[in-house]
Design a protein around this ligand. Structure first.
Ligand code: ARG
Length: 317
């Protein structure tokens, strides 16, 4: 009799696991299979980018104007409290520094107008523009934002570790953003990303001699033939090289034009300045949230019950 009771219990436990697993885990596995699907289907078209999926660039944030809700720049999560962006993102049309209270930071989102379950948002309590930022030359184009409501890290909202080594030219890096999909074109409704190779500094100086002296703290990336690049609206967003936050989208002549690679602020160069305010930590612990999938406790209930049932069967023989 008790064996049948156990059998029923096993069934219930299994059912519970499956439903809970489906409810909680679906989100993540959907994101994963979505990535693969999209990478296969979506043509490489930022400029000529590919749609990113939720969790692919978990450090990426969208900066919005508090009153109009319009997206104006990207940014990268550094810690639960701090976001790195570009200095020029903090200036208004008249060149005046905007108030921290006018900015909203949105994390865990890929569709500009959506509100998905992974989304976290915050007002900004403090913004620090690099003291030597120069709007004309874009030298020292970095700024820090302290969020009012700290982020709770999960697979969709978390920092990328920061690049501390010297970058090797020609490394393929990724840059993501909701910026324009072509020069003077519309901004993108979806987070797009593109692969761009880092170029050697002497080549950057040669190609961009009309536009920038490429001082220390700046580098360039792109293709001699053009075609793929960041564009207006991507500024402030992070460039990721081999999984590490390496650059901040800063400037460029046009977008994706031949022989005019994009300009980036060099994260490694600005680390001493960043670390004056931010305690960086490359070993992030991700707090467990429903988005982590099913809990191990749930996974074990049915396994344990099945084990008990099998043992009971064996011993009763
Ligand atoms: N300054 C631009 C912005 O405010 C980003 C320029 C990037 N341009 C480029 N061709 N890589 O969004």
């Amino acid at each position: 009799m008790w064996k049948y009771a156990l059998l029923v219990l096993c069934g219930v436990a299994l059912l519970f696991d499956c439903t809970a697993g489906r409810l909680l885990g679906n989100y993540e596995s959907a994101a994963r299979s979505n990535t693969e699907e999209l990478l296969k289907k979506v043509p490489r078209r930022i400029v000529n980018g590919t749609k990113a999926v939720l969790g692919q660039f978990p450090q990426q944030v969208s900066l919005r104007r508090r009153y109009s809700q319009s997206h104006f720049c990207g940014g990268s999560i550094l810690t639960p409290d701090w976001v790195l962006t570009a200095g020029h993102c903090m200036l208004d049309n008249l060149g005046k520094v905007i108030g921290a209270y006018t900015i909203i930071v949105i994390a865990g989102e890929i569709v500009l107008k959506n509100t998905n379950r992974a989304r976290q948002w915050s007002y900004v309590s403090e913004r620090i523009v690099h003291p030597e930022f120069d709007i004309d030359t874009l030298h020292n184009d970095v700024a820090l934002l302290r969020v009012e409501t700290p982020f709770v890290f999960d697979p969709y909202v978390r920092p990328a570790p920061v690049m501390r080594d010297k970058m090797i030219p020609h490394t393929e890096c990724q840059v993501a953003g909701w910026g324009r999909i072509q020069y003077e074109g519309p901004i993108s409704a979806y987070l797009l990303f593109v692969d761009v190779p880092l170029l050697p500094i002497p080549l950057c100086r040669e190609l961009l001699y009309n536009y920038s002296s490429i001082p220390p703290g700046m580098f360039c990336a792109g293709y001699l033939d053009g075609g793929r690049d960041a564009c207006q609206g991507d500024s402030g967003g992070g460039m990721i090289c081999e999984g590490y936050l390496t650059g901040v989208v800063s400037g460029g002549e046009g977008c994706a034009w031949p022989r005019l690679p994009g300009l980036y602020a060099d994260v490694k160069y600005y680390l001493p300045w960043i670390e004056l305010y931010v305690e960086l930590n490359n070993n992030f612990t991700i707090r467990s949230t429903p988005f982590n999938g099913r809990s191990s406790a749930m996974q074990t209930t049915s396994t344990f019950m099945i084990l008990v049932f099998v043992l009971a069967e064996i011993f009763s023989l």
